[in-house]
Design a protein around this ligand. Structure first.
Ligand SMILES: [Fe+2]
Length: 162
C-alpha cells in the first residue's frame, strides 16, 4: 500500500545503538520512510550485529537463573503505521548470527528470519564495495485501529519541543 510510514532502527556493526555509543551521531541508524505508489520503500545501511542485553536488575537476575547467555541475534526493527491498519511492530533477524537459534528474548521465529543475500561483486551504482548484502522483506498489514506508540528514544531537538 502507498503512504505507510515505516520507522526503522538497528544497532551498529559493533552491536551498539546510537544512544549507547558516544562515537555515533545522534539518531544514527534510525530513519522514517514512506512507502511509494508500489507499496515499497528501500534504504542503504550497514549490517547490524547482535548484542548482549544488560544483566542488571530483575531481567538480569532471571537470565542468570536460567543459565542462558544474554545475547540477541542481529536484527532490524520495523514499525509500520497507516491509518485504518493495526500498527505493525516487528524485527527481522540475520540468519548467520551465532545466536539465531538461542535468542535470549525468544523473539526469533522462522518467518522473521530475513533472506540476507551475500553479494561477492561490488555494486558501484549503489556505492558498495564487495562483499555486501541485500535484504528484501514483505510486510502484511491487518485492518484495524492504527496506534503509534511514543518512541522511547527521542532526539535532543524533539525532547526540547516537548
Ligand atoms: Fe534491538
Amino acid at each position: 500500500m502507498e503512504g505507510a510510514e515505516v520507522d526503522v532502527w538497528h544497532s551498529s556493526p559493533d552491536g551498539l545503538y546510537e544512544n549507547q555509543d558516544p562515537a555515533q551521531a545522534e539518531m544514527n541508524l534510525r530513519g522514517r520512510f514512506s512507502t511509494d505508489s508500489a507499496g515499497q520503500f528501500s534504504f542503504k545501511s550497514v549490517k547490524p550485529a547482535g548484542y548482549p542485553i544488560p544483566l542488571d536488575g530483575p531481567v538480569g537476575e532471571l537470565v542468570k537463573a536460567t543459565g542462558r547467555h544474554n545475547y540477541r541475534p542481529a536484527h532490524l526493527h520495523f514499525m509500520i503505521y497507516k491509518q485504518g491498519y493495526k500498527t505493525l511492530i516487528s524485527q527481522i533477524y540475520a540468519p548467520d548470527d551465532e545466536h539465531i537459534d538461542s535468542d535470549v528474548q525468544f523473539g526469533v521465529t522462522r518467518a522473521l528470519i530475513g533472506d540476507f543475500v551475500l553479494h561477492d561483486e561490488p555494486a558501484p551504482e549503489l556505492g558498495f564495495a564487495a562483499p555486501w548484502y541485500s535484504l528484501e522483506q514483505r510486510f502484511v498489514m491487518e485492518l484495524g485501529e492504527a496506534r503509534r506508540p511514543r518512541a522511547p528514544i527521542r532526539s535532543k531537538a524533539q525532547a526540547r519541543a516537548d
